[in-house]
Write a protein that binds this ligand. Structure first.
Ligand code: GLN
Length: 542
């Protein structure tokens, strides 16, 4: 029997609802339950694919090619369950589906309304594409009280009526702030937030209260009394020093036990959190440290590089070192004499990116890494810029560039309008909609025998996730190889370069895909493990 846990948030945004959901999923999983996590986003964009990373943070791409909310990244990192298109929906998608159906005449002339048509579509989404999960955790984006989230709240209210309390649980995340002048934690915002939920007919069953210190019994009693729930169901969501402590902390607070007791599930077992404790231990007590420069564009909004930052931490966990990240805006390398910013770092990473701004700076960073023998990891755009750099400096193609920046005499990176996915030929229309026009999702890549990456992966074939429009141009492959670049990963048909490396350099690898989307704290991605290992070697040289 599949049970649904709905997670809403109150008081303020940014309380970490995504992480809380992911952590609860992980704890339930460590009790032996099969879990799946879903996110329902109230905004009107059909998907986050066209949203600015400044506004919305990273776009997380799934194996099946969905561009989703970054919280799905947390879900995968904490549970290891691969997310799918059917795990993230927005109001925009719900409405556009309902309207498309109306246009087709599917509703047989009925008047289409938010209730029941939109709310039914939301419920269908919540219940679709499941496979014997014990728990489906559905996070509702936004904060209770927002106009946008009302249809979602109404839909889950109805689901409670349909499925009953034995199959549904409402968990609500609020804030219990400490007010220094009063010297106490305040429960009023939580009371108000629950009132807000009650006004749409939802009585929470469990409260997660974000707080920076233990909640005294008195305050807990008060919350329970005013919010109409048992004291034990007031769970403190304490601030922690590393996000991977959250599952452990939740379990210590009895969260999973309360969930199980609510559903009347066997109390005998307890969560086995050994792997989380080991991860936390390694993060808290590393044996060394390395510094990685991340040379990118959205460096002032770290949410846009969420998975990347986590993957570098995972590489650190694998090598037992702390990884310090220096976020550097690539534009600074476009003026003279700024390259000293990169002196002394143990590794340079140029992540994915779009557009011309800052591109020359990324090329300079790649060049610095290549010439100074500093480990270099180029991801997607970072690979493309490394190839442009190699074309200019090693192959003597002075005008090498990417057509992403406009017309280009030597398009070393250019637009491919068709590529193979499985047996299907996919085509991209250059003048079509912007949304959904990229090469997205998992693609196969064949690794070259005896290459560095083959050694790192220990396999001949890999599947990695993509999100890009441009490709390294195969026409230049021969010239670049002659100049010293090895094309060590190719699409199975040999047409699309997937990985380049420079033999003889301590670690210089560029990948067209996004390995950061598949790394987990308990299963660090081999490329990140290897890159950080190279950075550790580098740190011993200086
Ligand atoms: N802008 C490049 C492209 O579209 C790289 C994209 C990326 O780094 N994700 O191909």
């Amino acid at each position: 029997m599949t049970r649904f846990i709905f997670i809403t948030g109150g008081v303020v945004s940014s309380l970490g609802k995504g992480l809380s959901s992911a952590a609860l999923g992980a704890v339930l999983q460590s009790r032996g339950f099969k879990v799946r996590l879903r996110k329902l986003d109230p905004y009107l964009n059909v998907d986050p694919g066209t949203m600015s990373p400044y506004q919305h943070g990273e776009v997380y791409v799934t194996d099946d090619g969905a561009e989703t909310d970054l919280d799905l990244g947390h879900y995968e990192r904490y549970t290891g369950v691969p997310s799918r298109q059917s795990d993230n929906v927005t109001s925009g998608r719900i409405y556009s589906d309902v309207i498309a159906r109306e246009r087709r005449g599917d509703y047989l002339g009925a008047t289409i309304q938010v209730i029941p048509h939109v709310t039914d579509a939301i419920q269908d989404f919540i219940k679709a594409d499941l496979d014997g999960e014990d728990f489906v955790l559905c996070e509702i984006g936004g904060t209770v009280g927002d106009i946008e989230s009302l249809p979602f709240l109404e839909a889950i209210r109805q689901l409670r009526n349909e499925l009953g309390p034995e199959r549904t649980l409402f968990a609500h995340l609020t804030l219990v702030p400490y007010i220094p002048s009063a010297g106490e934690l305040k429960t009023k915002p939580t009371q108000h937030s629950v009132k807000e939920l009650l006004s749409v007919g939802i009585q929470p069953d469990i409260l997660m209260c974000r707080c920076d210190r233990e909640i005294p019994d008195e305050a807990r009693r008060k919350i329970g009394l005013f919010c109409n729930i048992a004291e034990e169901d007031v769970i403190a969501a304490l601030d922690v020093d590393t996000i991977y402590q959250v599952p452990v902390s939740y379990s210590e607070q009895g969260f999973d036990e309360r969930v199980c007791s609510y559903f009347g599930l066997d109390q005998g077992g307890s969560a086995d959190l050994t792997r989380w404790k080991e991860i936390v231990h390694r993060i808290r007590e590393p044996e060394g440290e390395v510094t990685i420069a991340v040379v990118g564009k959205y460096t002032d909004l770290l949410d846009s590089y969420k998975s990347l930052a986590e993957s570098l931490t995972h590489g650190g966990i694998a090598n037992n070192v702390r990884v310090y990240l220096e976020w550097i805006d690539s534009e600074i390398f476009e003026s003279e004499d700024t390259v000293h910013h990169l002196e002394g770092v143990d590794g340079i990473l140029v992540p994915g990116g779009f557009g011309e701004r800052g591109a020359e700076g990324k090329i300079q960073a790649a060049r610095f890494a290549r010439e100074r023998n500093i480990p270099y990891f180029g991801i997607c755009f970072g690979m493309q810029m490394a190839v442009v750099e190699a074309a200019r400096s090693l192959a003597g193609i002075k005008d090498a560039g990417s057509t992403e920046f406009g017309d280009c005499k030597e398009p070393v990176v250019g637009l491919m309008t068709e590529w193979l996915k499985g047996e299907m030929l996919e085509k991209r229309k250059t003048d079509g909609d912007l949304g959904g026009t990229m090469r997205l999702g998992a693609y196969e890549c064949s690794l070259r025998k005896k290459s560095q990456v083959q050694g790192i992966y220990g396999e001949n074939t890999i599947f990695e996730r993509h999100r890009h429009r441009y490709e390294v141009n195969i026409e230049y492959k021969k010239r670049l190889e002659k100049a010293g670049l090895v094309f060590s990963g190719m699409s199975p048909d040999g047409v699309l370069p997937e990985i380049v490396e420079i033999p003889g350099h301590p670690w210089f690898i560029g990948v067209q895909f996004h390995p950061e989307l598949k790394s987990k704290p308990f299963d660090p991605h081999p490329l990140f493990t290897s890159f950080i290992e190279a950075a550790v070697h580098q740190s011993r040289l200086v």
